[in-house]
Design a protein around this ligand. Structure first.
Ligand SMILES: [Zn+2]
Length: 340
């Protein structure tokens, strides 16, 4: 497959969190694993800083100003998890810029088939007005909004397979039907949101799909939810772009959560989303979120890029797990009769 674009930037190493699981070593490990394999044939580019307008299409100017000011005065602890250092504003601008740039590569004249934005800080816990959960700006939300605003996309599907609920993305698009947000996450776990009953509000009712799973869930659960819930939802929704909030902290080796996805499980998830975008005839964008075991993270990012970049990866037959069957029944009784 041609048209594979990878966005990265050295500023990701300048977001100094101290002794913290979300550390620059994550990016060092990922880039080492990829560069050893010649970046798996992906076209590697440096991310621009995001235009202020692209960020402010999601976040109020006051939020952007606050992160900039905290960074300019040398940093601060926003909450017990969330740190700003002198280099954080620059890192966050480029993390958002990478997410915007993948959308431009996918939906612009270049027409790339797949693109990945591999930066830190991650983004999916950042709400419009609040940095939290290691996240300053919501990179994937900025990317989705940019697809709608700058490229005339009518609808964007975001699948968040990070083990934590993507509360920020959930809230930003809660009352809207032009972004379908699907999240698979361990529950209970930080940040505590993402109940199955939270399905959006107003015109967005039905367009937030929360798929909480118990601790210990592994390949069978995650794979079945993507194949038997998210893929049929995507067929019914017909988005013009698929974005993945790609966290790797549902891995069995991850120190921050209790799920049990294996390397092979991430290969299967990656094959599923590649096939999903393929059957929709739309491009696929990957935005890095969490993942805190350096070995699992670096191996599984490489697995995703290798799988997404291969020509027609094989999607293994996936059994319908009881949790997926329950979710289908619930959704079919609501806004998604096609899942019945
Ligand atoms: Zn996470």
């Amino acid at each position: 497959m041609s048209g594979l674009v990878l966005l990265r930037h050295p500023s990701s190493l300048e977001h100094d969190t101290g002794a913290h699981p979300e550390s620059p070593r994550r990016i060092v490990a990922i880039e080492r694993a990829l560069s050893e394999r010649d970046w798996l044939g992906w076209d590697v580019r440096e991310s621009p800083a995001a235009a202020r307008a692209a960020i402010e299409a999601v976040h109020p100017a006051a939020h952007v100003d606050r992160i900039e000011a905290l960074s300019a005065r040398g940093g601060a602890m926003i909450d017990i998890d969330t740190i700003v250092s002198a280099g954080s504003f620059g890192a966050a601008l480029h993390a958002a810029g990478g997410a915007v740039a993948i959308v431009d590569a996918l939906l612009g004249a270049e027409g790339a088939a797949a693109a990945a934005s591999l930066h830190r800080p991650p983004g999916h816990h950042a709400t419009a007005a609040r940095a939290m959960g290691f996240c300053l700006f919501n990179n994937v939300a900025i990317a989705a909004q940019h697809a709608l605003d700058a490229h005339g996309a009518d609808r964007v599907l975001i699948l968040d397979w990070d083990v934590h609920h993507g509360n920020g993305t959930n809230d930003i698009f809660h009352a809207r039907d032009d972004v379908l947000f699907c999240s698979i996450h361990q529950s209970p776990l930080y940040p505590g949101s993402g109940a199955a009953s939270d399905a959006g509000s107003g015109t967005g009712e039905g367009f937030t799909v929360n798929l909480p799973v118990p601790g210990g869930s592994g390949d069978a659960v995650f794979g079945s939810l993507v194949e038997h819930v998210v893929r049929p939802l995507a067929r019914a929704y017909e988005p013009g772009l698929v974005l993945i909030s790609a966290g790797y902290d549902a891995h069995a080796d991850d120190p921050l959560a209790g799920c049990a996805v294996s390397d092979a499980g991430y290969a299967a998830l990656s094959a599923s989303v590649r096939a999903m975008a393929g059957e929709l005839g739309v491009p696929l964008g990957i935005v890095l979120e969490g993942g805190y075991d350096l070995g699992a993270l670096s191996r599984c990012v490489a697995i995703t890029l290798e799988t997404v970049g291969s020509n027609g990866p094989v999607v293994a037959e996936t059994a319908l797990h009881p949790l997926a069957a329950q979710a289908r029944e619930r959704l079919a009784g609501g806004h998604w009769p096609a899942l019945g």
